[in-house]
Design a protein around this ligand. Structure first.
Ligand code: CTP
Length: 411
């Protein structure tokens, strides 16, 4: 059953678009709330009227509704959904989603979606087998999306599926299985656990109008907060300045500016936390003095006296109790792995997530990240470049493994 699930069904231009009518009918029958977005090409194969009648909601197609001039907000749509399914997914739409093109409402919504996205490809077999399509499908998978192949579609060549659209019944049961499995694993994994996460940059004031800061956006820390909350944890997120918003009500947010404020908020929450993830880019130094008034321009050169900030990770690491798990981050530009290993030891962490500025698409501001994770025993795992949400899911799963390990040691 998909009771209460909010599903965006994206329909693209393929002859099998006619099957979207049955798919809509089955989703509604399974008690899902369905909103449909069609590409222009899809409207050539099946009428929006059929689909709006079946889904009991207007079908969306353009960024702006012609009759009222209203904006179809793809960001809101993307946040509204519990899942998005693109069926049929044409070779063209797959290519757009895999390569960052968002020239229609459907693909723009895909890029705004924070929920799991499923693609049910549909195209002629030669198009499907083409290395470009296969590479695009692999890219989509590496971004954390799932492909729903046609049933019995495993080909000897190692391709997934055979280009034929999966039957609507199969798509619905695939979704039902996904939701029931994720609900079971959510219940099992972090339910009842208290998690402290630091995120974002810190701003160290200089005078009433200036500060020293860094380029961190908080995306990675927020993604971890979302994933851990989705796994049932009660999350306390302490964040420096960022424009990001949260979607899960199991996350309580404390907004701070400076490293000192971040430390005070974290130190207050830390003793009750089972798991602490330090994803913030904390300024190592702050101006020794904060001027009451705006500092005026005088000499040709200006020397700023800086003093060291408290190391939140190291201080909390010293207070860590045997049952508590602490995970740190390391952003390095050289000798990445040995520097990260040294930080893990010095700060008494259980695990450290390394992202290197040398990797394309990784680090500050990007929506993707390429991480390596080092455990206390020196074990190192390298992950592919993927969305920060997918990387956050990997980190969450490793933390769950650590919890299970710790529980086994103490029992
Ligand atoms: N960290 C912290 N408080 C600080 C500095 C860092 O909690 N004052 C945490 C970060 O959140 C991260 C880890 O320590 O989890 C490593 O941060 P990083 O900036 O990579 O290392 P530093 O210890 O600051 O060392 P350096 O700047 O010399 O690389």
């Amino acid at each position: 059953m998909l009771a209460g699930k909010k599903i965006i069904l994206g329909i693209t231009g393929s002859i099998s678009a006619y099957k979207a009518a049955l798919l809509t009918r089955l989703l509604v029958k399974s008690h899902a709330e369905v909103r449909i977005i069609m590409t222009d090409a899809a409207t050539e194969f099946i009428t929006p009227l059929t689909l709006s009648t079946l889904s009991k909601n207007p079908v969306l197609n353009k960024f702006v509704r012609n009759e009222s001039g209203e904006w179809n907000n793809h960001v809101e749509l993307g946040l509204w959904a519990d899942s998005m399914i693109i069926a049929p997914a044409s070779a063209n739409s797959i290519a757009k989603c895999a390569n960052g093109f968002c020239d229609n409402l459907l693909t723009a919504t895909y890029f705004s979606a924070r929920c799991p996205v499923f693609f049910a490809p549909a195209m002629d077999l030669d198009m499907y087998k083409h290395p470009a399509t296969q590479a695009n499908l692999q890219k989509l998978t590496s971004f954390g999306n799932q492909i729903i192949p046609a049933e019995n579609g495993e080909l000897a060549s190692g391709l997934v599926g055979e280009g034929r659209l999966a039957e609507p019944e199969h798509i619905v049961s695939f979704l039902e299985k996904y939701f029931s499995q994720s609900e079971i694993s959510n219940k099992k994994s972090l339910a009842g656990k208290k998690v402290l996460i630091t995120a974002g940059p810190t701003y160290e004031p200089l005078d009433p109008v200036r500060f020293i800061g860094n380029h961190s956006t908080g995306k990675m820390g927020f993604a971890i907060a979302e994933r851990m909350a989705a796994h049932g944890a009660q999350v306390e997120l302490v964040t420096g300045p960022t424009h990001l918003q949260l979607t899960n009500s199991n996350i309580h947010i404390t907004r701070v500016l400076s490293a000192q404020q971040m430390f005070e908020a974290s130190a207050r929450i830390f003793p009750q936390s089972d798991i602490t993830v330090l994803a913030a880019a904390v300024a190592d130094y702050r101006p020794a003095e904060i001027a009451d008034q705006k500092i005026k321009k005088k000499e040709d050169s200006f020397t700023l006296n800086l003093v060291k900030n408290v190391d939140i990770a190291a201080t909390l690491g010293q207070q860590k109790q045997p049952g508590q798990i602490m995970v740190g981050f390391a952003l390095e530009t050289e000798n990445e792995e040995s520097n990260a290993q040294e930080k893990l030891r010095k700060k008494n962490l259980d695990m450290i997530v390394l992202n290197s500025l040398n990797d394309k698409g990784a680090g500050f501001g990007h929506d993707t990240n390429k991480i390596s994770v080092i455990q206390k025993d020196g074990n190192l795992q390298r992950f592919d470049l993927k969305s920060k949400t997918a990387a956050a899911e990997d980190i969450t799963n490793l933390i769950i493994d650590l919890l299970v390990e710790k529980a086994a040691q103490t029992s």
